[in-house]
Design a protein around this ligand. Structure first.
Ligand code: ZN
Length: 90
């Protein structure tokens, strides 16, 4: 669906990433924190901050990688945020 294309969900992965997607570092720390999502397509430039997402943070470059549960929450919040941005809630 449209929302999924905009949110660009990452590929399904095992629960704990072995290394960072960006720098390949293996020093990952589990955290619960705010996860910023940059939108693309018609909402280019907009950002959604999803609060209290379970994720792994790379200690080398700061890249954030949500856990499967965290990603599910991100997906739900982004879908809601997109509807808000597009004014489709009413
Ligand atoms: Zn990294």
């Amino acid at each position: 669906m449209l929302c999924r294309e905009i949110a660009m969900p990452r590929k399904a992965k095992s629960s704990r990433p072995a290394s960072c997607d960006v720098c390949n570092g293996t020093d990952l720390v589990r955290r619960i924190t705010t996860y910023p999502v940059h939108l693309s397509g018609p909402l280019e430039g907009k950002q959604i901050h999803v609060g209290r997402v379970a994720l792994h943070e790379c200690q080398a470059c700061g890249h954030l990688m949500p856990t499967p549960a965290g990603q599910a929450k991100v997906d739900r919040n982004v879908a809601m945020g997109i509807r808000l941005f597009l004014g489709q809630l009413h």
